[in-house]
Write a protein that binds this ligand. Structure first.
Ligand code: MSP
Length: 660
């Protein structure tokens, strides 16, 4: 009986466009799906979009759209993005779909029936300007809203509470009984101490806005967006009795369900989600098998602020370099489970070392030798006559190791083991020296060496397939091997005795063409965001940001559409917990001061800006930084983020004067 393997990504908020952080989890999930499929498991991957909640409703409003129009449009971008990275999810769920909302309501009902939901009221700080609750940590000293600079009020709202506190012991027992429920271990320890510290009941409904799933039987309430979102992993498999339910773990069953999440949302998945399921009557064996938290990516050593995040568009990278190269870099350069850096220079170094000079070179020289000495035909050598020292020894060991590492979600180490095989094979070419055997006229030895190499390449084409699905196909085509088609119950991971040799070989373009220094520099220039993107820019759709390095000419009308104004900074404040940002109130000659959030804090103390004349892009669409912080314009500046120079205007120019 084949096993079932169900892997999920978080469902992404649609107030953002797909970025490298999203791509990271999604590519990892796809690679795991492909690995399990090739092992003969029934593998299934789920991704999707998280579309409810106040934040999304607000973003829709700012975009001048109805929430439904907005989420339809934004969700479509995520759906369209993943194939460009050769990600092929089996399902894409949207939390606004009826198949989801109906089952979330069902889950709610089950929990309510067990008595773990009760109605109460919730009291916290409320900013009328923002129309939202704020917790103390979001406020400026004196309980002042950072956006409106007005004191907030204490307000009560009716809410349903989930009896989370009741689940403390059961959760701790779960973590103890199933030590691999939360991975990696360091993250598990964090969650355990959090739960040991005590749990409070959780507010799980809201009455102050409507964009959410209605609470069954109480239409004044919509569900807390995380309740709605977490349930997607279960709702996507359909109702009780639906065939897809076979992917959900059950007692004595053979299904494994893995939730891949970023470390920032681990608590929701490792504490709230199992508690919801237990409350709904699920048994410990019917919980997800693993919740795996990966780390956060920086880009070229910098934190992925919103502007940087959008400047490093994973789809543009895939267009320039090919999906497989981006996938390989994401999965090999960053230890899965730890924070890591997506470094563009390192990407090129890794491309050269691992892809071009190791794997690509092995294929090319083997095919080259086959053309030269065997007229391009694979030699017919029985399996046990191949060089078993290599094949039966280190290679076989590495194949096993790699499989174990994939099974244990240690993706980067699985890739290391795989590439170690290619390195061994390259050394073998030099050591075995088929050219010397040919010179001696020892054709039998030439056959054995090349057949051994072709065998290793065939095996490698399987082993690299989860991460390099396209290059794996290219390799197989060149090796004269059939397409790799996963079949349930048919484990294709290389094993002793499998015969992968093809007949007519085909030399083609190198698998990974190398480019010279100049071409590399030009590509780096196109791909790497310029260092003076210091003032936070608004989220731009990927299509609009292709040419930072070589500006595209624009018409006068396009220029004239940008409303540049002279502004005078009247107030400047630090933004709590955002070390780069300042919140400015800028006089643009309008009846009210403009609130502008700018990435100036590394260069300027807040007070140094008061009274400064600045140049403001005044008609930029508002940009939401979360927690009620919205910027209504952008300042022009140049230089690195810790030594910025502001664009300015002469004293004679009154606030609000237009620059043209
Ligand atoms: N909608 C919720 C998830 C609900 S799942 C039931 C959400 N969405 S999100 O779009 O904000 O984030 C999705 C994922 O992107 C998170 O796992 C988060 O960790 C990840 N990342 C965001 N920035 C990231 C990096 N810089 N690096 C790696 N992952 C990052 O949260």
């Amino acid at each position: 009986m084949p096993s079932r393997f169900y892997v999920t990504t978080p469902i992404y908020y649609v107030n953002d466009v797909p970025h490298l952080g999203h791509a990271y989890t999604t590519v990892a999930a796809d690679a795991l799906r492909r690995y399990h499929a090739v092992r003969g498991d029934e593998a299934r991957m789920l991704t999707g979009t998280d579309e409810h909640g106040l934040k999304i409703a607000r973003s829709a409003e700012e975009a001048g759209k109805t929430p439904q129009e907005f989420v339809d449009e934004m969700s479509a971008r995520f759906r369209a993005a993943w194939p460009l990275l050769s990600v092929e999810p089996d399902d894409f769920i949207r939390t606004t779909e009826p198949r989801h909302t109906a089952l979330v309501q069902e889950l709610w009902r089950r929990i309510a029936a067990k008595g773990d939901l009760y109605k109460g009221s919730y009291e916290d700080w409320y900013c009328v300007g923002c129309e939202t609750f704020k917790t103390e940590k979001d406020l400026l000293p004196g309980n002042v809203c950072p956006l409106h600079l007005k004191p907030v009020e204490k307000v009560r709202e009716d809410t349903y509470f989930f009896r989370l506190a009741r689940f403390q012991e059961r959760l701790l027992a779960l973590y103890k009984e199933r030590p691999d429920f939360i991975q990696p271990e360091s993250r598990r320890n964090e969650v355990v101490s959090f739960v040991e510290g005590g749990l409070k009941d959780l507010s799980v409904s809201r009455t102050s806005f409507r964009w959410g799933v209605q609470v069954p039987g109480d239409p004044a309430h919509v569900m807390f967006v995380w309740f709605d979102a977490l349930a997607n992993y279960w709702t996507a498999l359909g109702k009780d009795g639906d065939p897809l339910r076979r992917f959900w773990p059950r007692k004595g069953g053979d299904a494994t369900a893995v939730h891949l999440v970023g470390k920032d949302i681990l608590r929701f998945h490792a504490v709230y989600w199992p508690a919801f399921l237990l409350a709904a009557g699920f048994d410990v064996d019917e919980l997800p098998t693993h919740v795996f938290a990966h780390g956060f990516l920086t880009v070229d050593g910098q934190k992925m602020s919103k502007s940087l995040r959008n400047a490093v568009d994973p789809l543009r990278l895939a267009r320039e370099l090919g999906a497989d190269v981006v996938r390989y870099q994401l999965l090999s350069a960053i230890a899965f489970g730890q924070d890591g850096d997506f470094d563009h220079k390192a990407l090129f170094a890794r491309y050269r070392a691992d892809l071009a000079n190791n794997l690509g070179n092995l294929l090319q020289r083997t095919l080259g030798l086959t053309t030269k000495y065997l007229a391009g035909r694979a030699p017919a050598v029985p399996h046990d006559a191949l060089d078993q020292d290599l094949l039966g020894g280190e290679v076989r060991e590495l194949e096993r190791t790699a499989a174990g590492l994939w099974d244990g979600l240690e993706i980067h180490r699985a890739l290391e083991a795989t590439w170690a095989i290619a390195a061994l094979a390259n050394q073998y070419v030099d050591r075995a020296a088929p050219w010397a055997a040919a010179k001696r006229g020892d054709q039998a030895r030439v056959d054995v060496i090349l057949a051994t190499l072709l065998e290793i390449l065939g095996r490698l084409s399987v082993m690299v397939s989860p991460v390099l699905p396209n290059k794996s196909e290219e390799m197989r085509a060149q090796l004269g091997l059939p397409r790799l088609t996963p079949r349930v119950g048919h484990d294709q991971w290389p094993r002793e005795g499998q015969d992968h040799r093809g007949e007519a070989l085909r030399t083609a373009e190198p698998l990974f063409p190398t480019f010279d220094k100049e071409a590399e520099a030009a590509m780096l220039e196109r791909l790497v965001p310029t260092p003076d993107v210091a003032v936070e820019a608004p989220a731009t759709p990927p299509a609009a940001q292709s040419a930072e390095a070589t500006p595209t000419p624009i018409t006068y009308d396009q220029f004239a559409a940008v409303d540049l104004r002279v502004g005078v900074v009247r107030a400047s404040l630090r933004v709590p917990k955002k070390d780069k940002l300042l919140l400015l109130h800028v006089d643009l000659g309008e009846p009210e001061l403009r609130v502008i959030v700018a990435g100036l804090a590394r260069t300027f103390a807040p007070e140094a800006l008061v009274g400064r004349r600045v140049v403001v892009v005044s008609n930029l669409a508002p940009r939401d930084f979360g927690k009620g912080l919205v910027s209504h314009g952008m300042l022009l500046a140049t230089g690195p983020s810790d030594a910025l120079a502001l664009a300015t205007a002469p004293d004679s120019a009154a606030p609000g004067s237009r620059l043209k």
